[in-house]
Design a protein. Structure first.
Length: 102
């Protein structure tokens, strides 16, 4: 009986370990491509051609450098892409990943 419990415990723990460390099933997000696409869209379509007196090109360069610090998608959206947009000082300007936009 003791052997059976030990074996069951081992199988259960092995199953948990599999859930704690899943194998990635999707390719990483191309964050540089997303950042450049958002930057370019703002550059081309923003309602204020002076960007509120901000140097939009320099802002883009600064946040492209911050991409090197991104460890995951959350960091990209919360510490790189949206802060870049917030530099313009518009209260209703932000970005969401497509899976959260639905």
């Amino acid at each position: 009986m003791l052997l059976l419990l030990s074996l069951t415990g081992t199988l259960f723990l092995a199953g948990c370990a599999g859930r704690l460390a899943p194998t990635p099933t999707r390719t990483p997000r191309p964050t540089a491509v997303i950042l450049d696409a958002v930057w370019q869209t703002i550059n081309d379509e923003y309602f204020d051609p002076t960007f509120g007196g901000k140097d939009w090109r320099a802002i883009g360069d600064e946040y492209r450098q911050k991409l090197a610090t991104c460890q995951d998608d959350r960091t990209f959206w919360l510490e790189v892409l949206n802060p870049m947009l917030f530099e313009l000082g518009v209260s209703h300007l932000g970005a969401l990943p497509s899976e959260l936009a639905n």
